[in-house]
Design a protein around this ligand. Structure first.
Ligand code: AMP
Length: 602
C-alpha cells in the first residue's frame, strides 16, 4: 500500500474490510457492527499486515459522530429537549457519579491513585453517541419518548464530559498528575491568567451558554433562511453542500471557538435547521455519508484494541465490564423507575447506555498524557469499550427478556401508580417500593385492540398516508392508522382518527389493528423491506385482504408483488403520470385526451 496516500488507504481498507466482515457477520446472524470492529482490529497496529493510520481513522470517525448528532437534532425541537430535562439531568448526574465511584473502587483494588480512579470512573460513565444513536435508530425509537429521554441523557453526559476535559488539566496537579502547560490547554485564557479551577469552570460554562444563545437567536434565523435560499437556486448539489457545510461548520466552530464538543455543536445545528420545512430533505442528503462514517467509527475503535490484553488483563477487564454493563445499568434503571416511568422504558434506557466509546477514549488519552492514569487504565478502557459495544445488542435482548420477569415482580400494577422494587430486599412483602409516583405511558404495552371490522388499515401517515387518509375520510370509508412517530400520532388523535401507535412490523401492533377482520391494507410507508415483512404477516393473518403498497423502483414493485401485494403504486411513475396529464391538458384544454401514461404497476 503506498504510504503517500494514508487517507485514501485508511478509508479504502476501513470501508472495504468493514463491508466484508459486516456481510459475514450478517450471514452468521451477528450484528454487522461486530464485523466492523473485527475489520478495525485487522487493520490496527496490534495485528500483523497492513496498518491503517489510527489518527486519521479517529478523525474520520468524528465526522460520523457529527452527522449522526446532526441527524438527531433534525428531529428535535428545543421543546422536545426541555421536555425531558427533568429526568435527563438528574439521571445522567446520578449515573455518572455512581459509575465514577465504582471506577474509583476498581482503581483502588488495582493499586492506582485516587486521581487515576476518578479519570477511569468518569471514562466508564459516558456512553458512546454513535452506538446509542445507531441502536435507537435500528429500533425506530429516536422519535419516541424513551428515545428522547436517552438523547437528552446523552446530551447531559456530553456536557459533563466537556467540563471534565477542560477541568482535568487544571486539576491534574491536585489529583497527583502533571499540571498541564497553558498552551496545551483547551482553556488557554483561563490558565494563562491563572483564574483557578472555578475560573476555568465559569469560562467553560459561559462559552457553552454563549454558543447555545448564539445558535438559538442568530442561527435560528440565518440557517433556515440560508437553506431556503439555496433550495431556490434549484441546484441539488448546492443544497447538499449547504447542509453538509452547515452541519460540519457549526460543529467545528462550536468546538474551536466555544470549546463545545463536536457532537453537541452538530446537534444544535440540526435542531436549528429542524425549524425549516426543508429539514426532511436535509436529513436525507446526509444519510449515505452518515452511514459510511459511522462505520468508520467502529473500525477506528477496533484499531485501538489489542487482543492480547484480554489474556494479560483478564480480571481487571471483567471488573471494567461489570461496571459498564451492570453498574451503570442498575443506576440508570433505578433512577428512571424513581421518576415514575414504566419498567420497559427504564430497561431500554439502561441497555442503550450500557456501553462506552469516543469520549472515554478522549478522557483516557488525556489522563495518560497528564500522568494521572496508568497505561493499564487506558488498555482497560479500550477493552471495555470494544467488548461493551459487541455486547450491546445482547444488552437490548437481555432487557427484553428481563421485562416480563421484572413486571411480574413489581406485582399487580394499580391504574395510576406503579409499585417497583428499589432496594435489595427480594422477599414478597419486604420489597422497598415507590408507590406515589404517577406512571407515565408504557410504550411497550401492546396497544388496545380495535373494535373495527370490515375496515381499511392505513400504515404510515406521512406525506403519502395523510393524503390517502383525508380522501378515505371524505369518502366515508372506515379506516384506522398505524403510525410510530409520536408527533404524527398526537396529530392523528387530535383529528379524532383511530390510531394504533407503534411500528407495524411488530406482531402485537399489527394484531391490534384487527387485520383478521379488515377488508383492505394500505402500506403508505417508504421502506420496501418493512412493507414486505408486513405483507407476509398480513397474508398469513387474512389471505382475503386487499393489499395496496407504495414503492419507489421497479425492483421494489416486483419484490412487494411477489410477496402478495395486490397493487403496488410506484411513486415516480405516478409523478410522471401527473406530469403527462398536465401537459395534455395544456395542449388541448377543451378536449382533454386520455394521457399516454407509462404502463401501470403490477
Ligand atoms: P412519508 O414518507 O412522509 O409518507 O412518511 C412515512 C410515515 O410512515 C412516517 O410518518 C413514518 O413515521 C411512518 N412509518 C414508517 N414506517 C413505519 C412502520 N413500520 N410502522 C408505522 N409507521 C411507519
Amino acid at each position: 500500500m503506498p504510504h503517500d496516500t494514508p487517507l485514501i488507504a485508511t478509508i479504502v481498507a476501513g470501508l472495504g474490510l468493514a463491508f466484508i466482515f459486516g456481510a459475514l457477520a450478517n450471514r452468521f446472524k451477528v450484528p454487522p457492527l461486530v464485523g466492523y470492529l473485527i475489520a478495525g482490529v485487522l487493520v490496527g497496529p496490534n495485528t500483523p499486515g497492513f496498518v491503517a493510520d489510527q489518527e486519521l481513522a479517529l478523525e474520520l470517525a468524528e465526522i460520523g459522530v457529527i452527522l449522526l448528532m446532526f441527524g438527531v437534532g433534525l428531529h428535535f425541537s428545543l421543546k422536545d429537549l426541555l421536555s425531558v430535562r427533568a429526568i435527563a439531568v438528574p439521571g445522567a448526574v446520578v449515573q455518572i457519579s455512581f459509575a465514577t465511584v465504582l471506577g474509583v473502587g476498581l482503581a483502588w483494588m488495582l493499586g492506582w491513585s485516587l486521581g487515576a480512579g476518578l479519570v477511569f470512573g468518569l471514562a466508564l460513565s459516558v456512553a458512546s453517541t454513535v452506538v446509542l444513536l445507531r441502536a435507537l435508530q435500528e429500533r425506530r425509537m429516536i422519535e419516541t419518548e424513551r428515545g428522547r429521554i436517552a438523547v437528552g441523557w446523552l446530551i447531559v453526559e456530553d456536557l459533563a464530559m466537556v467540563l471534565a476535559l477542560v477541568l482535568l488539566p487544571a486539576l491534574a496537579g491536585v489529583l497527583g498528575g502533571e499540571q498541564q502547560a497553558a498552551t496545551q490547554s483547551p482553556n488557554i485564557l483561563a490558565l494563562r491568567f491563572d483564574v483557578g479551577v472555578w475560573g476555568v469552570l465559569g469560562i467553560t460554562l459561559a462559552k457553552v451558554v454563549a454558543f447555545v444563545v448564539l445558535m438559538m437567536v442568530v442561527g435560528r434565523r440565518i440557517i433556515p433562511w440560508l437553506l431556503h435560499y439555496v433550495a431556490h437556486t434549484g441546484s441539488r448539489e448546492l443544497f447538499r453542500l449547504s447542509v453538509l457545510a452547515i452541519a460540519l461548520g457549526v460543529a467545528f466552530g462550536a468546538a474551536k471557538l466555544f470549546g463545545v464538543s463536536l457532537a453537541l455543536g452538530a446537534f444544535f445545528a440540526g435542531m436549528v435547521m429542524s425549524e425549516s420545512e426543508l429539514s426532511h430533505q436535509a436529513a436525507e442528503e446526509t444519510l449515505p455519508l452518515r452511514d459510511a462514517f459511522s462505520v468508520l467509527f467502529f473500525v477506528s475503535v477496533g484499531m485501538l484494541f489489542d487482543p492480547t490484553s484480554l489474556l494479560s488483563n483478564t480480571w481487571p477487564i471483567l471488573g471494567t465490564l461489570f461496571i459498564i454493563l451492570i453498574g451503570k445499568s442498575v443506576a440508570a434503571f433505578l433512577i428512571v423507575i424513581a421518576f415514575g416511568y414504566p419498567i420497559a422504558t427504564a430497561l431500554i434506557i439502561s441497555a442503550s447506555l450500557a456501553q462506552i466509546g469516543e469520549f472515554s477514549f478522549m478522557l483516557a488519552g488525556l489522563g495518560v498524557s497528564l500522568d494521572l492514569l496508568p497505561e493499564q487504565g487506558r488498555d482497560l478502557i479500550l477493552a471495555g469499550a470494544i467488548l461493551s459495544i459487541v455486547l450491546n445488542p445482547l444488552a437490548f435482548a437481555g432487557a427484553a427478556r428481563l421485562k416480563p420477569w421484572l413486571e411480574k415482580r413489581a406485582g399487580n400494577v394499580p391504574e395510576t401508580v406503579e409499585a417497583v422494587p428499589i432496594g435489595p430486599a427480594t422477599e414478597p412483602g419486604e420489597v422497598a417500593t415507590i408507590t406515589a409516583v404517577p406512571v407515565k405511558d408504557d410504550e411497550d404495552a401492546p396497544p388496545p385492540p380495535t373494535k373495527m371490522t370490515g375496515h381499511t388499515i392505513l400504515i404510515g401517515y406521512g406525506r403519502v398516508g395523510s393524503l390517502v387518509g383525508q380522501s378515505l375520510k371524505a369518502a366515508g370509508i372506515e379506516f384506522l392508522v398505524i403510525e410510530d412517530a409520536d408527533k404524527t400520532i398526537a396529530k392523528l388523535k387530535s383529528e379524532g382518527i383511530e390510531t394504533v401507535a407503534g411500528n407495524a412490523v411488530k406482531g402485537e401492533v399489527f394484531a391490534s389493528a384487527n387485520a383478521a377482520g379488515a377488508k383492505r391494507l394500505i402500506l403508505a410507508i417508504p421502506n420496501a423491506f418493512e412493507a414486505g415483512q408486513i405483507i407476509l404477516k398480513a397474508k398469513t393473518t387474512n389471505p382475503e385482504m386487499v393489499i395496496i403498497a407504495r414503492a419507489h423502483s421497479d425492483a421494489e414493485v416486483d419484490h412487494l408483488t411477489g410477496l402478495g401485494a395486490d397493487k403496488v403504486i410506484m411513486g415516480e411513475r405516478e409523478i410522471a403520470r401527473g406530469i403527462v396529464e398536465q401537459v395534455m391538458t395544456s395542449v388541448s384544454p377543451a378536449n382533454t385526451p386520455t394521457p399516454e401514461t407509462p404502463p401501470a404497476a403490477a
